[in-house]
Design a protein around this ligand. Sequence first.
Ligand SMILES: Cc1cc2nc3c(=O)[nH]c(=O)nc-3n(C[C@H](O)[C@H](O)[C@H](O)COP(=O)(O)OP(=O)(O)OC[C@H]3O[C@@H](n4cnc5c(N)ncnc54)[C@H](O)[C@@H]3O)c2cc1C
Length: 449
Amino acid sequence: MEHYDVIVVGTGEGGSGVATRCAKAGLRVAVIDDEPYGGTCALRGCDPKRVLVGGSELVDWHRRMLGHGVSGDTRLDWSALMTFKRAFTEPVPQRRETAFKKLGIATYHGVGRFSSPDQFAADGKELTANFFVIASGARPATLGIAGEEHLKTSTDFLDLDLLPRRIVLVGAGYIAFEFAHIAARAGAEVVVFSRGRPLKQFDSDLVSRLVDHTRILKVDVKLDSPVQGVERVGSEFRVKFRGPTGEESVSTDIVVHAAGRVPKTGELDLAGANVETDQRGAIRVNDWLQSVTNPKVYAAGDAVASPGARALTPVAAHQSAIVASNLLHGNRKTPDYRGIPSVVFTTPCLAGVGLTEEEARSKGLRIRVKSEDTRNWFSNRRVCEMAGMYKAILEEQSGRVLGAHLLGPQAEEVINLFVLAIRHQLTDRDLSHAIYAYPTSGSDVPYML
Ligand SMILES: Cc1cc2nc3c(=O)[nH]c(=O)nc-3n(C[C@H](O)[C@H](O)[C@H](O)COP(=O)(O)OP(=O)(O)OC[C@H]3O[C@@H](n4cnc5c(N)ncnc54)[C@H](O)[C@@H]3O)c2cc1C
């Protein structure tokens, strides 16, 4: 039976950092993954998605500028774009495994699970370890609708060789909006189904603008329309939903699950290892990201239930560093979740950090809200972008930045200025008195405040 200091489940952002840091510090480390090495972000999430977004935003910019000094035709060549995307994703598994091996990390493949509280079955072998780190990520939530087996996953969408003519997205979170923008600009007819409020975590006024803008792209955003079931009819699918006027249906070539993800912990037999989870399957941890019921187990990334965290790559990386430090030096470090930004990579992007106006008001905070339509600001007009709005939430007395929400060109970059403001408790005056490179979207910040 092989023995390790640390066994890490998952080779994404949550697992890789712990494994690497512990191995560099001289510990005996093993990793295991049931998917190719590299994790969701690099292989099936953020990175491949942003490559596709890159193509679609160029097409959009070109179309917006027609008649303003730009002419001709630009269109997306889906299969060539897919080849370009694969140039990013395909080298990752080999590169990551080689990097692990160079550090002396033992690499296992397949589904791993606890066979007792301190024993783990991996790749047909029984392993023991002083500590285990669960960084097993997330999977699409089970929806419990008829015909669920017909749904494709986000992973399938990001690897489509051909783009179907008609696409239905079930769910209205950030993945649904991002995929809708990509597919619509590539020429598909897209329907998005929202059960409750779309993009719940973002400011509702900016979300309304984004929904309107998405509809201008001819994406059919169906609000308050829960999907009830999917039926195969010959070579197409019929999606049944409850619309405002009762039961309705649409026909489509593909139905994509974009209705949320839950921790992928079901196959680990956590109960057998005395590792408690919440009702979603996320591992309950203390402030040091250590299981509340089994001190030999730590957790990081999408699989952890840590108050204030979000299921995002930089959060997984942050937790990974905290877990590594606690393993190496004892429980000293706790995560700091202040000011986690979140971006919807539509064109233009919607970005937010800190409190929304609704959250600040429901907490009873005394706030000042600065908000404006920015469609006529230079940063928008220069690129003929018709969607633009911001909202900044400031503490009334001090002017401290509590939240910022942006829709418009470079929102995904400008939000990082507000991240620093929140982390370092800067005020509207601090941000306004800085001298920014001009003319940039960052130089709009003093005008916003
Ligand atoms: C389509 C999409 C787009 C996204 N876009 C963004 C974005 O733009 N920005 C952002 O910040 N975040 C984004 N995310 C979220 C981000 O990808 C995740 O938060 C992040 O990858 C989580 O990392 P992780 O290490 O926790 O899990 P993962 O990277 O998922 O790694 C976990 C690995 O463990 C494996 N595993 C699970 N159980 C077992 C087992 N029993 N045995 C062996 N292996 C197992 C899994 O199969 C997986 O390979 C996106 C996610 C998706 C799906």
